[in-house]
Design a protein around this ligand. Structure first.
Ligand code: SF4
Length: 369
């Protein structure tokens, strides 16, 4: 079982908090898409014939692609890999790109899951983030999307200075009242080199309050539990049967192939990542060379990755999957978190409690070998 990720590195405008790789110039879009087709061909043996269960178009903004370009990319993947008949094929979309015509086209080329970057239904929040869409588009086009797709996930952001708890509640309620089956909710982080980072340093924007973020995360967990969502990963909530198969495979350590600038791949032993620069990516593929760096993972690095990802999931860390010596060490190291109510042990599994989920990354780092 394997997955394929395709990074489309273009956006209409730069959201102030974003540190993904993208360009707001679409000048070399055609050249980049040609390079992407070339890379797909060159990488056809990377997954060693494993059945591909999920395909994910992320970015950037893949909903900017013309339908003919999207079709070409999907056809190339189908020619070069074994794709499962019921593969999950996700397209990340921004609300302003959604039209009735596009929804029909996306379905027709095989997209069966939409990930919609709403972030907030409030105009002032969207302006604060410098999103390309407005609040009306978020509401109207979500209504439109529901008519065509039943497998939809919505991204929301919490913990920014404008988001009072009442507004946060309304954002979540809009999604749950529409019975959207999946939500990804992220605490706003201020990454170096982003416009937001600069604005906060220059006192042009208020800084993030981490205790307010924790409170909003606790509220979120309570509301979504009440609404019948499974909190199956720190940032992800799903109605039964609607977990993201693509991301779940990442968290279970399955192989994946990443295509496009900045995309990462993992084959069980090594990880590699493509250059985060559109021009270098295009030039290099013109010469049939994939511009990537690679790291072979030592057994300890693999173990640490397992600790990091498994602790973030509902199922937790399975001690049976760890070599005996490390398992004993881990049980001893986790005792302080069990005593402080941040981890519970259920048979052979270590699982974060609600309190523990507030400190997930710190706990994992503390348990690393
Ligand atoms: S649309 Fe997404 S990828 Fe593009 S700038 Fe905004 S957050 Fe970043």
């Amino acid at each position: 079982m394997a997955g394929i990720y395709i990074h489309i590195p273009f956006c209409k405008q730069a959201c102030h908090y974003c540190n993904f790789h993208f360009s707001t110039s679409l000048r070399y879009k055609n050249e980049l898409l040609a390079a992407l087709l070339k890379e797909t061909e060159l990488q056809k043996d990377y997954l060693e014939g494993e059945m591909v269960e999920t395909i994910y178009f992320g970015g950037g903004t893949p909903s900017l692609l013309e339908i003919s370009d999207l079709r070409l990319q999907i056809e190339k993947i189908k020619q070069t890999s074994s794709i499962s008949k019921d593969a999950e094929i996700t397209l990340e979309t921004n609300p302003d790109d959604i039209t009735e015509e596009k929804l029909v086209d996306w379905k027709e080329v095989g997209i069966n899951r939409l990930s919609i970057g709403v972030q907030s239904f409030f105009e002032e929040d969207l302006k604060w983030m410098n999103r390309a869409h407005n609040a009306q588009q978020a509401k109207d086009n979500l209504d439109l999307a529901i008519k065509h797709f039943n497998n939809i996930t919505i991204d929301l952001i919490y913990g920014h200075p404008l988001l009072l708890d009442e507004k946060w509640k309304q954002n979540v309620e809009i999604v749950t009242s529409l019975n959207i089956p999946h939500l990804s909710c992220y605490a706003l982080t201020v990454e170096p080199k982003t416009p937001l980072y600069k604005m906060i340093r220059e006192n042009k924007k208020e800084d993030i309050n981490s205790s307010k973020q924790s409170e909003q995360f606790l509220l979120l967990m309570a509301w979504l539990k009440e609404a019948g969502y499974e909190h199956y990963e720190i940032s992800n909530f799903a109605k039964p049967g609607f977990r993201s198969r693509h991301n779940s495979a990442y968290w279970q350590g399955e192989k994946y192939l990443g295509l496009g600038p900045s995309a990462h791949s993992f084959n069980g032993i090594s990880r590699q990542w493509n250059v985060s620069n559109n021009n270098i990516y295009i030039d290099s593929l013109t010469k049939n060379i994939i511009p990537f760096e690679k790291e072979n993972l030592t057994p300890l690095q693999q173990l640490n990755e397992y600790i990091m990802t498994s602790l973030r999931t509902l199922e937790g860390l399975d001690l049976k999957k760890i070599p005996k010596t490390e398992s004993f060490k881990l049980q001893a190291a986790s005792k302080k978190f069990i005593d402080s109510g941040k981890i519970i042990r259920v048979r052979e599994k270590l699982i974060l409690t609600q309190k523990g989920k507030l400190f997930a990354d710190g706990i994992a780092a503390d348990l690393f070998f």
